[in-house]
Write a protein that binds this ligand. Structure first.
Ligand code: SF4
Ligand code: SF4
Ligand code: SF4
Ligand code: FES
Length: 1020
């Protein structure tokens, strides 16, 4: 496929949206007689829009760029009528938007569009003030349609669970195609421009539900009318739109009949009144996605508790983008399984209790256990799905109310090694830049990250940059996932050997003088120790250990050293190993020796898994640090907390998640309070965990549902969902974003922050919070990194990337001047290779890999409760390679038992080329707790952080007799066949014999077009 560069410029400078072209030199242009500032090469339409000159523009969307399919933006440019969106600014242009010729062309273009679209706005669910087709009618003041609407003769496509396509409403603008091809880069959509009656096609002509469509919703979001519509809107959004079908059809006929006799204006007036009336019951609330760490934000439209739709557009991390979970994955909030009353254990059963009774019991038991066994007999797990304010309160509760440092969060299961590796080398355990930097890299390397499935929207930016020819992508992974298939280079090192190739590449760079000497001399310490530490990692040794050839590694070293801007992204393939910290530091070392920190388009990006896993650690839900990574024995932190909380922080490190379970089994830990974590399935060695929970005297679990972890609880507290509360989340970019209450908490549930506050009060600490903003103010007072953070500064879509100075200045890109050490210099880290401990042997001959699926989140407690998602990906399975399938004589659908030293699970086999040889893969999500992959994983972990080495597991596969259907249904997008192309390919439309530029031929000089317009009687 051909690559193209829409801007011709080297660097994208946008923060919102992926596509805004770089600006050239500042020039002046005349628009309707007024001089306007413009930038050379930007689309002329941007100048007109900045000047707020009303101009029709149906296909233009600033985050998609010029598509040039609708022709409604026709203006006179230096006397020639042309498209304002498709014309790059030149110095001194004279532009007139309202000449006879321009207006005639605009109206003619619109008339052609609505010949494709049945204008029944009054009874249309999309008519909510943001329908571009409807609104353009007003901009152009059109009263009559000259070309009557012509049905296209295709059926509506209802086959996707989340949205439908109505060809008869489709104006063929191509926005959806551009979004799918070049923003989401799933490459499902095209338009068959050469057909007698063109339409949008999925995989070249498949039903949507059988295509490669991943239901990301980009196309639906950008569709300027109701051709693509969320099913959750249908019959729900308008005053008259829920009426039964025959009546609805009759209503359309009435609407059309009136139009024929009285023109469009009266109809449009009624529809505008109706649309305005919708504002009284449709609520639009900004929130932040509750799934992964990309941090997409969007408005949620609701009618009471019914979610009408999710509308992205203004989010700093995502613009118009979402994945299936953020756009459509919200049924779980209204699931019938939601807990609506506290539960108290009564022998082998649970009984419903009042909040008063449950909270009093929690306070009493915590008080008793602390009195009897001391504060360290209690431990607390904060939720990385809950807000910053809530994570902060969990550690405040542990430290102030109880007096223990036994507090942690689920970053222990994934991110701690990356944070540690970065803290050791550059001083801050977070992404060093933002998604904008990743978009601007000339080389993106991913290591052990299934980015397209685990961080879908972030991956779109990588895929897009690569497709447009801006970025080269190199993937290191043991599994050939989507990004691996798309990569310019895909390397499959042996499991757990990333440290070795990183060390060897670093050594080659240093040995051959390819390092960035100036950067090293001025900004980095520890070069000689580092050089000595990697002395043994020759390319030949690396070849033996990793399976990657010395030639490959040498080419890689030369490429990295020669690149202008390198970003390295990594995830659980690196961190969930015995040497997760050392390998993370090795990545950082490589970036340091090549000078790839502190500049646009460079840096280290450990991609955060949960929506607020970054925030949970930032807020001090860790055993050795309070908020902002201040160590518990740091005298300044101790002082601040003494002043604010009236207590002395204890200087001894507390227990982390993994140690808590061991301490429970030893009888030292007696009580735990776990918020919003399905720990019993997500921690490694689930059977060991179960033993730990059973050993506890008292366990409190706080969640949306009666989870598997709740089965072990003594008290279960029903929590509110993220849509039901206010707060802030911090995404993988360190970007703090506010979420607002979309709907009130489900009756019987409470936001976590209120629950902690209530228990604290019952234990003698009157915190007095009435709103999360007060908690954020306290965080700001206690945390230098958050000094300037306040709800006012985070209003609406405003965001801040920490560290935030007191005056509100934030730092999207770190290390531009200094690294976060006293002398401002980075530290190369002399790490150690820690080979895997569980390599396959005679008894357990397969290597087990586990990870996320696009459709599901983590263990699946939320996403299995979204009917459309559950239909597309109904359960877990075990992926095996074609080689292994042939050797064992099995096919997809066979049932098998996977057995490890720690447990066994029963799963269906899926044979795919994504895995190779004796490696198998099992998704983390499982419908049945007994088949969760962590029944198989063991207790070994990262030497520095105790993060379990989930990816270091060996198993055997026992084939069972049962055979069922393929575990991945035919409607799953992985079976689809995308149709990549450069975009809408509007030139093919222009090449149609029946295409003429509206009002005449293009380009046409204004004079002749004006004459034609005069003849048609257009107004000036
Ligand atoms: S993948 Fe599907 S939902 Fe996403 S833009 Fe393409 S067609 Fe639309
Ligand atoms: S379906 Fe696509 S081509 Fe049709 S109107 Fe919507 S965005 Fe435009
Ligand atoms: S799951 Fe992640 S990528 Fe998907 S919408 Fe939510 S934040 Fe964005
Ligand atoms: S807005 Fe310019 S051609 Fe559609």
């Amino acid at each position: 496929m051909g690559h193209r560069d829409v801007s011709g410029d080297d660097v994208i400078r946008s923060t919102v949206g992926p596509t805004r072209a770089a600006r050239g030199a500042q020039v002046a242009v005349m628009v309707d007689g007024v001089e306007r500032v413009a930038w050379l090469g930007e689309p002329l339409i941007e100048v007109i829009n900045r000047a707020q000159v009303p101009l029709a523009q149906v296909c233009y969307h600033e985050q998609l760029g010029p598509i040039q399919s609708c022709d409604t933006c026709a203006v006179e440019i230096d006397g020639v009528v042309g498209r304002a969106c498709g014309t790059p600014v030149r110095a001194g242009m004279v532009v007139r938007t309202q000449t006879n010729a321009a207006r005639a062309a605009q109206r003619d273009a619109y008339d052609r569009i609505v010949a494709n679209h049945d204008l029944y706005c009054t009874v249309c669910d999309n008519n909510n003030g943001n329908c571009t087709v409807h609104n353009t009618l007003g901009v152009l003041g059109i009263d009559h349609q000259n070309r009557p609407f012509q049905p296209k003769g295709y059926e509506k496509d209802m086959s996707n669970p989340f949205y439908r396509y109505d060809p008869d409403q489709c104006i063929l603008c191509g926005r959806c195609v551009e979004a799918c091809q070049n923003v989401q880069v799933n490459e499902t959509l095209s338009i068959n421009w050469e057909a007698e009656q063109p339409r949008v096609l999925w995989d070249g002509g498949k039903p949507i539900g059988e295509s490669s469509c991943v239901s990301c919703g980009h196309c639906v979001t950008v569709c300027p009318c109701n051709a693509l519509q969320e099913k959750s809107m249908l019959g729900e959004a308008g005053l008259f739109t829920g009426i039964p079908l025959p009546v609805w059809n009759a209503a359309i006929d009435v609407v059309k009949g009136v139009e024929a006799s009285s023109g469009l204006k009266p109809i449009m007036n009624v529809s505008e009144i109706e649309s305005a009336a919708r504002d009284r019951y449709i609520k639009k609330t900004k929130t932040v996605c509750t799934y992964c760490g990309v941090g997409c934000s969007f408005d949620v439209w609701t009618d009471e508790r019914h979610i009408l739709k999710v509308e992205p557009g203004l989010g700093h991390a995502n613009g118009i983008s979402t994945c299936v979970k953020g756009k459509f994955g919200w049924d779980y909030v209204n699931s019938e399984d939601r807990l609506t009353s506290p539960l108290i254990r009564d022998g082998d059963r649970f009984r419903e209790a009042t909040w008063d009774e449950a909270l009093a019991l929690v306070a009493r038991r915590f008080t008793e256990i602390r009195a009897a066994k001391g504060p360290d007999a209690l431990a607390f797990v904060a939720s990385s799905k809950a807000s910053n304010e809530e994570a902060f309160l969990v550690q405040k509760f542990a430290r102030q109310v109880i007096g223990t440092n036994n507090v942690d969060n689920c970053s222990r299961y994934c991110q701690s090694p990356a944070s540690k590796g970065l803290s050791l080398t550059v001083g801050i355990g977070g992404d060093s830049g933002t998604i904008k930097d990743i978009e601007n890299a000339s080389l993106v390397i991913t290591v052990g990250s299934n980015t397209a499935e685990s961080h879908p929207v972030l991956a779109t930016r990588v895929k897009r940059a690569q497709k447009l020819g801006r970025t080269r992508v190199i993937v290191f992974d043991i599994r050939e996932h989507e990004l691996a298939r798309r990569a310019d280079e895909f390397h499959r090192p042996n499991p757990g050997t990333d440290f070795v190739w990183l060390a060897a590449v670093s050594k080659f760079i240093l040995d051959n003088g390819l390092e960035d000497k100036t950067f090293l001399a001025e900004r980095v310490n520890g070069l000689e120790e580092f050089r000595a530490s990697i002395e043994e990692y020759t390319l030949e040794r690396a070849e033996r250990e990793t399976g990657l050839s010395a030639a490959t590694l040498e080419a890689l070293a030369r490429r990295i050293a020669g690149e202008e801007r390198v970003c390295i992204l990594w995830a659980m393939g690196v961190t969930q190993q015995c040497g997760g910290t050392d390998t993370s530091a090795a990545i950082s070392n490589l970036l340091l020796i090549t000078g790839n920190y502190g500049r646009l388009g460079t840096g280290a990006y450990p991609l955060r898994g949960h929506n607020n896993v970054q925030g949970a650690s930032d807020m001090g839900a860790q055993p050795d640090a309070v908020s902002g990574y201040q160590k518990i024995d740091d005298p300044l932190a101790v002082q601040r907390h003494e002043r604010e909380w009236g207590i002395q922080l204890r200087p001894e490190r507390g227990l982390d998640n993994t140690q808590m379970i061991d301490a429970a089994i030893r009888g030292e830990l007696r009580a735990m309070w776990i918020t919003g974590e399905e720990m019993s399935l997500t921690d490694a060695n689930a059977n060991h965990l179960q033993e730990g929970f059973e050993a506890l005297e008292f366990l409190v679990v706080q969640d949306l549902y009666f989870t598997n972890t709740a089965r072990f609880a003594d008290v279960v507290l029903p929590a509110a969902a993220s849509l039901e509360k206010e707060g802030t989340f911090t995404n993988t970019e360190r970007r703090i974003q506010r979420l607002y209450e979309v709907m009130p908490p489900l009756k019987g549930t409470k936001p976590d922050w209120q629950i902690y506050t209530a228990v604290a009060e019952r234990m003698g600490h009157r915190w007095g919070y009435t709103h999360p903003a007060q908690i954020m103010d306290e965080i700001a007072r206690l945390t230098p990194f958050f000094a300037g953070v306040s709800y006012d500064r985070l209003e609406g879509y405003d965001t801040l990337c920490w560290p935030v100075a007191e005056d509100g200045t934030d730092q999207p890109l770190l290390y531009t001047e200094r690294f976060n050490f006293p002398d401002g210099k980075a530290r190369l880290y002399a790490g150690e290779y820690r080979p895997r401990q569980q390599a396959p042997n005679d008894q357990f001959d397969l290597h087990l890999n586990s990870g996320r699926m696009l459709e599901h989140f983590h263990e699946g407690n939320m996403t299995f409760r979204v009917a459309g998602i559950a239909a597309k990906a109904p359960d877990a399975f075990v992926e095996i390679s074609p080689e292994l399938a042939a050797e064992r004589n099995i096919q997809s659908g066979h049932w098998a038992r996977l057995v490890s030293e720690h447990g066994a699970v029963r799963l269906q086999v899926l044979v795919t080329g994504r895995v190779s040889g004796n490696q198998v893969f099992v998704p983390m999500n499982a419908r049945k707790a007994e088949d969760a992959v962590n029944r198989l994983t063991g207790s070994q972990g990262d030497a520095t952080t105790n993060t379990p080495a989930y990816k270091d597991t060996r198993v055997r596969l026992d084939v069972l007799h049962d055979v069922g259907p393929n575990p991945l249904p035919a409607t799953n997008p992985r079976w689809g066949h995308p149709t990549p192309q450069d975009g809408v390919e509007v030139e093919r439309k222009w090449a149609r014999p029946d295409y003429v530029f509206p009002g005449g031929l293009l380009p046409m000089h204004g004079d002749s077009l004006n004459a034609r317009a005069d003849a048609l009687g257009a107004d000036d």
